[in-house]
Write a protein that binds this ligand. Structure first.
Ligand code: CTP
Length: 405
């Protein structure tokens, strides 16, 4: 990863996570970037100016009132290829959203035309406050990239959402924002999560899918330059640059996929779609018969097949489209995946051996075998779901480039 010749303004505001900005600065400088650091007065309570000045490419900027350079913020703002705010406090996010430029950091943000990456960090209660969430939504709407905070240990020993993303993760986002990416110009549609099929007003047929693998694929595709539509049954943090469509049932998922199908170059069916649904859905709650203790209508639920979305996509595939399916197997992984590839007209099947420890649903890790037409199956060993996502997209890119060569 080379950021040689790139001018990056690293803005640090006053939160305990300011110490992570030091590591981020080092990663950026090591990758060849010219890093101009900016700190708020509050940030100086957490890290020393000397530390950042020593690691960065020029001394830290803190004040608008500098005799030797009357307009330092506009000079920095115009020269920047990218501005990153890490950590971004609730105050800085609020000032930026409201267009208030009361000190160097926010003045620089408002003066720039460069892409901006904001990495919030604060206590969960603050992060979830409607004022902060509305400011974040405003910035997103204006095209600012938001790298959502992670869930974990916070200052004072609390645990929750609000922890600054790890420096390596912020670095990868910056690198992706500054490189065109091998999926640039494509539209990638990803489905994620398990569908829920209503039995009555309160009961559903569901499955254990958490949606994490689908989200990871959506996030990696966006990082690689794709326009991404994520159709999902689960409500995890939306990765930046990703359009999210919320659905619940197999039918809704099918309708949402069919609506965007025509413009898609790649469709990844990572969702665990229920194969069957109750034929009749009661609009009220089915009640126990007090005399027998039984629930009429629940004993023998009549089921019917849901639409097979992957098969429909495979059958109606356009020449430029790559259709990817998933398979959860417990035996004869490759043979079953090859059959599924043919039966559903897919280009790639991502097969998990769900009998293995740490694989598949509800884990943060996965191990898969990638089965496509005309090449040997590729085994991807146990790794976190983002690494698996990268391998799946590498295979997609290979299929696309084999077609054009
Ligand atoms: N799928 C779909 N529509 C359905 C069911 C499944 O699009 N109604 C997709 C899933 O998103 C996944 C793939 O098909 O990409 C899984 O195929 P499926 O036949 O459901 O796999 P398994 O349940 O693993 O099948 P098997 O019956 O072969 O065990």
């Amino acid at each position: 990863m080379s950021l040689r010749g790139k001018h990056i303004v690293l803005c640090v505001s006053g939160g305990i996570a300011a110490y992570k900005a030091v590591e981020l600065c080092r990663l950026l400088v090591d990758a060849g970037a010219h890093v101009a650091p900016v700190m708020t007065a509050d940030a100086e309570h957490f890290i020393g100016k000397t530390t950042l000045s020593a690691l960065a490419s020029e001394p830290v900027h803190t004040t608008l009132w500098n005799d030797s350079d009357p307009i330092p913020h506009t000079r920095l703002a115009q020269r920047a290829d990218l501005i990153v705010v890490a950590p971004a406090t609730a105050r800085v996010i609020g000032s930026y959203a409201a267009g208030i430029s009361s000190e160097f950091l926010t003045a620089t943000l408002i003066a720039t035309r460069a892409p901006v990456l904001v990495c919030p960090a604060m206590h969960t209660e603050m992060w979830e406050h409607p004022a902060v969430q509305e400011n974040i939504a405003t910035l997103r709407r204006r095209g600012v990239h938001i790298l959502e905070p992670e869930t974990g240990r916070l200052a004072g020993g609390d645990v929750g959402a609000g922890r600054l993303a790890e420096p390596q993760h912020i670095f990868s986002q910056i690198d992706a924002m500054l490189s065109p990416g091998d999926l640039y110009g494509t539209h990638v549609v990803v489905t994620a999560g398990g569908t829920r099929e209503p039995i009555d007003a309160v009961r559903v047929i569901a499955n254990r899918s958490t949606g994490k693998q689908g989200y990871a694929i959506a996030q990696e595709a966006a990082l690689r330059g794709a326009k991404v539509t994520l159709i999902t049954t689960v409500d995890l943090a939306t990765p930046f640059g990703v359009d999210r469509v919320a659905v619940e049932t197999a039918q809704q998922l099918s309708d949402a996929v069919m609506q965007v199908r025509a413009s898609a170059d790649v469709i990844v069916m990572a969702a665990a779609v229920a194969d069957v649904r109750p034929k009749h859905q009661a609009s009220h709650k089915l009640k126990k018969d007090p005399a027998t203790g039984e629930i009429p209508g629940l004993g023998a639920i009549e089921l019917e097949a849901t639409p097979d979305i992957l098969a429909a996509l495979g059958a109606a595939k356009e020449v430029h489209q790559v259709v990817v399916g998933f398979a959860a197997e417990t035996e004869n992984l490759v043979a079953h995946a090859q059959m599924k590839l043919e039966r559903k007209g897919a280009d790639l099947i991502v097969a998990n051996d769900v009998s293995q420890a740490g694989v598949g649903f509800a884990h943060d890790t996965n191990a898969v075998t990638l089965v496509s037409r005309g090449s040997q199956p590729v085994e991807v060993v146990l790794a976190d779901k983002r690494s698996i996502a990268r391998s799946v997209l590498d295979a997609v890119v290979a299929i696309r480039s084999a077609r054009t060569n």
